[in-house]
Design a protein around this ligand. Structure first.
Ligand code: NOJ
Length: 702
């Protein structure tokens, strides 16, 4: 019994079996939430959502009066244990930031941290003390709609952003009123759902699990994340919700996590459908034993665990362990001292101007310039420009998935933003009607097309089997481009779309993701050149749907492309290379990499790497300098490239800067044939460059 926590031990000693089980019980408002349940101390947490997909609805379940009223009921209970209110605050609250995949494209952990801290301030002002974020699932298959909610395909970028988000939500003191408990989800392997179908089973080898899928979680734990959520997935034949290897051996045993784990929506009960439990009681026993502490809305814990303890099927020590963890997080969150929210805060804390500024900057940084033939962008020197496409009237559509607190009326219409920012002598015409656009296009000098997918096409269970643009859009782009006017394509999306053919019809293309509340203003600033785009792809863009999974850190195979050219791994009808590689993104200037120098040819503990980066264009710009390595021979096969570090630089025209990286032996560690983590001596290649395919190359030994 940890004597360092006398408050918790004292409380635990006074609790009845039912009160203990109550702490592990989370319900959502509705018939399941009866005031007496709270007065009797039978409830640990309230999930402010009306259904599993409530993130897509804007129901107001989160007013301060309501949470304070429920907390008062909790104070009427014998032991006065406060409730913990959770909600899906995924990429902002009222101030909606770009979708997480877009934020990842900024390659800017400081901005991710700042955005999470704004979200914490806003959500906490409405009584929320716990967010179900950050979502840390590595995704290699964009058919899976939840790719929008994560940081893309790379473990290092994912790990950096995980720690940043945790710091942003939680700060250094969770008990501060403007901080909220973070929840790293969905632990683990959820992104590997077969066929990109959400909730589907997946198989991941232990080494890939540890080297690719788990690093963001470990990073969140090291950053002090308060909670984790288990994944819906059946991973390697056993559901994550009751996976003791993941929830106890790795999470607690190896990483030392001492917060609590909540299930995903009804996933304890779903163990029955998975076919590993006979009934709810069996499911609850399996999950609790695995290390799953709180049951999200399935009632399997609340309806069976007390009886299972009484009949000896569940040791009370196992129950106590889970209760202790929940109480610990509540204590860290300062809820025992003050469970109430000051109702005056919301007027002060929602939608502050500095929050909107941050949202605009992050939206700009997230936009990825994919193509810019003849420096068509930034837009200038055109007298009359047509802006067309389904996103012309977009407001709330700019938010993306999971924005239950975003309000369309907070978004400045795109038309207004573009008009405000365009050069004074440029005339802008707008229409979202294809026929009219084709007619007007004859009269203009350039055409901006605002295309892409509606937010309801990505997010939970919004999977697609075809990664092309939504029906009709590619045809429209092709038709209008046939008029021979310069076409600037802007794509809003929650995933990488397969746009090979369409790219040929545009002279410039900007990938804007779902950019959030300030998306219109950010787009205007980028299109008209007040700011330059600097986003980099956090995920590989496939040429066609049939090419997925395609990701940069793949294995070499015994028959790689380029090796004697004999029978390489390939498709008969498609190039093997991606449409755009991980890390790719242009801007309005160009950069040159020279003078790569390693301070030794052997890494002993660490290796210093130095190079020069020069802005060779005529505008200032931000460059994300990326460091990759390849371990040439291993006891297990190794990826052809792995991102090891990155740095962003802002350079003026003609300015050069020396860039230094330090590569440590720990950064070269991986899961070896014998299952242990560590390095193996041998030869390595190293690249420093602007994306995962280009760069200066060097070699060293370990
Ligand atoms: C189900 C989703 O999988 C999860 O991400 C979300 O946090 C919960 N529902 C709560 O809404």
């Amino acid at each position: 019994m940890p004597s360092s926590e006398p408050f918790i031990e004292n409380l635990l000693a006074q609790m009845t079996l039912e009160e203990k089980v109550g702490q592990l019980n989370q319900v959502n408002p509705g018939p399941g939430l009866h005031p007496d349940m709270i007065r009797q101390g039978l409830l640990g947490s309230v999930l402010n959502a009306s259904c599993a997909l409530a993130g897509q609805s804007t129901e107001e379940l989160d007013d301060v009066a309501n949470s304070n009223r429920l907390q008062r009921l909790a104070q009427e209970a014998r032991l006065k244990i406060p409730l913990l209110f959770g909600r899906d605050v995924i990429h902002g609250y009222r101030t909606v930031f770009p979708i997480p995949l877009g934020q990842a494209a900024a390659f800017d952990p400081d901005m991710t941290e700042a955005a999470a801290s704004v979200a914490a301030r806003e959500a906490s002002s409405e009584g929320i003390k716990w967010t179900f974020a950050p979502m840390l699932d590595i995704a290699r298959d964009p058919r899976w709609g939840r790719i929008a909610e994560g940081n893309g395909e790379d473990p290092l970028l994912g790990a950096r952003l995980a720690a940043a988000a945790v710091r942003g939500y939680q700060g250094s003191d969770l008990s501060q009123p403007d901080r909220i408990v973070a929840c790293a989800k969905h632990y683990a392997g959820y992104g590997a759902a077969e066929g990109g179908r959400d909730y589907e089973a997946g198989e991941i080898s232990e080494s890939t699990l540890r080297d690719v899928y788990l690093p963001p979680y470990e990073s969140a734990v090291r950053a002090g994340v308060g909670t984790l959520m288990s994944a819906f997935i059946d991973l390697n034949g056993f559901p994550a919700t009751a996976n003791r290897h993941l929830l106890t051996e790795v999470l607690r045993g190896e990483w030392g996590f001492d917060g609590f784990v909540v299930s995903d929506w009804e996933s304890v009960k779903e163990l029955v459908y998975h076919g590993v439990a006979e009934d709810d009681a069996h499911a609850a026993r399996l999950a609790l034993h695995a290390g799953l502490d709180m049951d999200m809305v399935s009632n399997a814990y609340s309806s069976t665990l007390a009886a299972s303890v009484r009949n000896g099927q569940v040791p009370v020590e196992e129950l106590d362990l889970a209760v202790r963890r929940v109480l610990r997080v509540k204590q860290r969150a300062g809820l025992f001292e003050n469970p109430f929210t000051d109702p005056k805060r919301r007027a002060r804390d929602l939608l502050r101007p500095d929050a909107r500024q941050l949202a605009r900057k992050l939206a700009r940084e997230s936009m990825v310039l994919l193509k810019n033939d003849g420096d068509l962008l930034p837009l200038k020197d055109f007298r009359r420009v047509l802006v067309a496409g389904p996103f012309v009237p977009a407001r709330g559509e700019l938010f993306g998935a999971w924005t239950p607190n975003g309000r369309a009326e907070d978004v400045t219409p795109l038309e207004q933003s573009l008009r405000q920012t365009a050069p004074k002598d440029m005339e802008l015409w707008f229409t979202d009607k294809n026929d009219l656009a084709l007619h007007l296009a004859h009269e203009v000098d350039a055409i901006v097309l605002l295309m892409g997918e509606h937010p309801v096409r990505s997010g939970e269970n919004c999977n697609v089997s075809d990664l092309g643009l939504p029906p009709g859009q590619a045809e429209f782009i092709s038709t209008i481009s046939a008029l021979g006017k310069p076409v600037i394509l802007v794509i809003f999306a929650g995933r990488p779309l397969a746009i090979s053919q369409t790219m040929a019809h545009a002279q410039a293309a900007l990938y804007a993701w779902h950019p959030g509340i300030e998306g219109g203003a950010a787009l205007a600033e980028v299109l008209f050149g007040l700011e330059a785009p600097s986003g980099r792809l956090p995920v590989t863009f496939p040429r066609a749907t049939g090419q997925v999974p395609v990701y940069y850190n793949h294995k070499n195979s015994g028959r790689p492309i380029g090796l004697n050219g004999k029978f390489p791994t390939r498709y008969g009808d498609l190039l093997t290379s991606p449409l755009f590689p991980f890390g790719f993104g242009l801007t309005y200037t160009t950069f040159e990499y020279t003078d790569l120098h390693l301070d030794a040819d052997r890494l002993r503990g660490k290796l210093g790497i130095r190079l020069k980066v020069t802005n060779t264009g005529r505008r200032p710009g931000r460059e994300v300098v990326q460091l990759y390595t390849r371990d040439l021979v291993g006891s297990l096969t190794r990826p052809v490239r792995e991102l090891k570090d990155f740095q962003a630089l802002e350079l003026l025209p003609c300015e050069s800067r020396m860039v230094d990286f330090t590569l440590t032996e720990e950064q070269l560690a991986f899961t070896r044939l014998d299952g242990t983590r560590g390095t193996e001596p041998g030869s390595f290649h190293l690249w420093v460059g602007p994306d995962s395919q280009r760069g200066l190359q060097a070699a060293f030994r370990l």
